[in-house]
Design a binder for this molecule. Structure first.
Ligand code: GSH
Length: 242
């Protein structure tokens, strides 16, 4: 079965967390909105599903994943589904819940990162909320980002199976998501993150290990990986990187 991923073209965004899981699993998928030439492709196909009145389980926002007849929305929920199908999470209930908990914490960090450049409203331009963004980014870099990264550092240190992975002794989708978040923070805030390698050694080592995994390294080097840019969640505005 070929999965269909529905996400905005041109940005990594939250769709990237799903792409990384699909790539690591070697799963076949179509990135629907990025294939406008394909029948049933392009942003129109995404909008058709978002606006549809005939779905039993309509998604609120991208990303959403079509798996056969099923349509699954919410990034953490999609990963919960893929994790079980592709051994990207433990099989036990306790292990699945723990992985999901970590993913939800990553999602909180991603939301807070987004709000550094859009503290007032997503519907406004960054240029219309620059002053508030400066304040928000200042607080984020001083206290919130260190709190999250320190938490993940502690999770790695306290993993009874060792510090290579967040959950047990195998890679999970939570590791892939932490990789993406650390990469994004490094892009957006290179100045503030300069000392992160020293302060969060285990998190940084995890990031580097994930980047070197053959399926992930191949993906990162491929045209499927969209470059970070100032339309996505992780944006580099030098004036915010203090
Ligand atoms: N909690 C959702 C958030 C989804 C979300 O915010 N999607 C963005 C793109 S990354 C979007 O298009 N939102 C439209 C909206 O909220 O109206 C998730 O993690 O998937």
């Amino acid at each position: 079965m070929r999965y269909e991923l529905y996400y905005w073209p041109g940005i990594q965004g939250r769709g990237e967390f799903v792409r990384l899981a699909l790539e690591e699993a070697g799963a076949g998928y179509v990135d629907v909105a990025r294939e406008p030439g394909r029948t049933g492709g392009g942003v129109a196909a995404l909008m058709d599903l978002l606006d549809s009145d005939s779905l039993d389980h309509p998604p609120f926002a991208p990303p959403f994943l079509k798996a056969g007849r099923r349509i699954i929305g919410q990034t953490a929920n999609i990963l919960l589904f893929l994790g079980a199908r592709h051994r990207l999470a433990p099989a036990s209930e306790a292990g699945r819940l723990w992985t999901h908990q970590l993913q939800l914490t990553v999602a909180d960090l991603v939301d807070e990162t987004h709000d550094t450049h859009h503290p007032i409203a997503s519907s406004l331009y960054y240029e219309d909320q620059k002053r508030e963004a400066r304040d928000r980014a200042g607080h984020f870099l001083k206290s919130r980002a260190p709190k999250y990264l320190g938490y993940f550092e502690r999770v790695l240190a306290q993993n009874p199976s060792g510090e290579r992975y967040l959950v047990g002794a195998r890679l999970s989708y939570a590791d892939l998501s932490l990789f993406q978040t650390v990469a994004g923070l490094g892009y957006a805030y290179p100045g503030a993150m300069r000392s992160a390698g020293r302060r969060y050694r285990k998190v940084t080592a995890l990031h580097d290990r994930v980047a070197e995994r053959p399926p992930i390294a191949a993906y990162l080097a491929s045209p499927r990986r969209i470059a970070f840019n100032e339309m996505g969640i992780f944006r580099h505005y030098p004036e915010l990187d203090r």
